[in-house]
Design a binder for this molecule. Structure first.
Ligand code: SF4
Length: 434
């Protein structure tokens, strides 16, 4: 039984300090992973793993061979003139690149989950710019950590361990000099880490933009905080928050789903990034940075891959095998019924999209490439199971701070199961008639 140090793909933190004991066939023991990470390793033999290609015949999913599954997939794609490709946040960058190559070949539209998550921050940053930081810099230097709309204790479980409770290389002190501020309407599990010097701000739901605008106003015109407070926070809280923001030597705002998914206030992220830039201009001795908290382990990867090959970080529309201008996103494409089949890779849109959109997606032929059962696998017309990246196949992924991490293979995939990259490559070859 050999011990290996490996990366965990349970979430976008991609912890690279996990030890496993394995005989090369099964994982015997996992040391150092959180419960969420442990679940990811358990996926290898989990009951909801998909071990065989499946096709829907007479409303029932039936097993078929891998070669037959490729034939069926190619038939569906060849009968389509407006294919949609979606997902790609839980696959390697190599598979993401193949996804874009396939979309180009079949004149499809491709988008990743990032468009409804951290892609919104990148889009806002095109107007404002953005000061970024890395996990190592936060561990070694941060003295102020703000979790805004982010319940990291549950979504990225080891982030608090690594960033709040660590000492870092350049200090003799650790947790005792770090101030944690949590801004959230809900008292989440993350509030459990609060110490005496920390600040818990229970903001009124959906009022983040009012708080940000008040902070911006106060940066320009000191003394402008209204005496009755803003967004459910009293004026003392507002002053304490601004003092922390403008006095931190190395501050970071972790931008969570709570603020990114605000549909009522689409400009909230832009306002937040502008506030950070204002503080950095005002700051004499330190700086504030932001970090996006995408959930899936390689959500950041799709943005990087798409940007590098097309200059756009999401929503790529191809026509005549060329990228064309389009303001569509996966949401508008489905909403406008502007598709006639979909290829879903490593995600479960039937669960996470609004019901109206899920229903439209389910109404047209759907090919699913994934390794686990989900609401989407229940309605798919064709399922091609994939190997688990970071366990059964290697590849590149981008951590949430946009640092590339090489994922290694240490188990063989089950027979007849290949990587997402290989599946997409075979579809491309088949469509080219190779
Ligand atoms: S925090 Fe994320 S990457 Fe780290 S062990 Fe847990 S699930 Fe895995």
């Amino acid at each position: 039984m050999a011990s290996k140090r490996i990366e965990c793909t349970g979430c976008s933190l991609l912890c690279d300090d996990i030890i496993i004991k394995t005989d090369g066939l099964y994982i015997d023991e996992v040391i150092g992973a959180c419960l969420k990470g442990k679940e990811k390793f358990d996926q290898v033999t989990s009951k909801n793993r998909i071990f065989s290609p499946l096709v829907r015949k007479n409303s029932e999913l039936q097993k078929i061979s891998l070669s037959k599954a490729f034939e069926e997939a190619i038939k569906i794609i060849q009968n389509s003139s407006k294919p949609l490709l979606y997902g790609f946040s839980t696959v390697s960058c190599q598979a993401q690149l193949k996804g874009i190559e396939l979309a180009k070949l079949i004149d499809g539209f491709i988008d990743s989950n990032s468009i409804i998550c951290q892609g919104k921050v990148l889009n806002a940053a095109k107007q404002t710019g953005m000061t970024l930081t890395t996990i190592s810099e936060v561990i070694n230097k941060a003295d102020l950590l703000i979790f805004w709309g982010a319940n990291v204790a549950e979504s990225i479980p080891r982030l608090l361990n690594k960033t709040v409770f660590s000492r870092g290389k350049f200090r003799m002190t650790g947790r005792e000099i770090k101030t944690v501020i949590i801004i959230d309407p809900v008292k989440t599990a993350s509030f459990g880490v609060m110490g005496v010097r920390d600040i818990a701000l229970r903001i009124n739901p959906g009022k983040d933009i009012e708080l940000i605008q008040a902070l911006k106003e106060e940066c320009c015109t000191p003394g402008s905080f209204p005496s009755e407070g803003v967004a459910g926070l009293d004026s003392d809280d507002l002053r304490r928050l601004l003092i922390q923001l403008t006095n931190a030597e190395n501050g970071v705002i972790f931008i969570g789903q709570g603020i990114v998914s605000s549909t009522k206030e689409p400009k909230v992220i832009q306002e937040l990034l502008e506030l950070v830039q204002m503080i950095n201009i005002k700051q004499q001795k330190g700086r504030m940075a932001v970090m996006m908290l995408g959930g899936h382990y390689n959500m950041a990867g799709f943005d990087q891959v798409a940007l590098s090959v097309s200059g756009k970080n999401h929503s790529l529309q191809f026509s005549n095998n060329q990228l064309v201008d389009s303001s569509d996103t996966i949401i508008t494409k489905i909403n406008n019924d502007d598709f006639d089949c979909s290829i879903i890779v490593g995600t479960d849109p039937i669960s996470h999209l609004p019901w109206k959109l899920s229903k439209k997606l389910a109404s047209k032929p759907l090919i699913l490439i994934d390794n686990k059962k989900s609401a989407t696998s229940l309605i798919a017309d064709l399922i091609i199971p994939s190997a688990i990246t970071g366990i059964e196949v290697g590849g590149l992924a981008y951590r949430l701070d946009l640092i590339p991490i090489e994922l290694k293979q240490y188990l063989k995939p089950p027979s007849n199961i290949v990587s997402d990259e290989e599946i997409l490559s075979q579809l491309i070859e088949g469509l080219k008639g190779g």
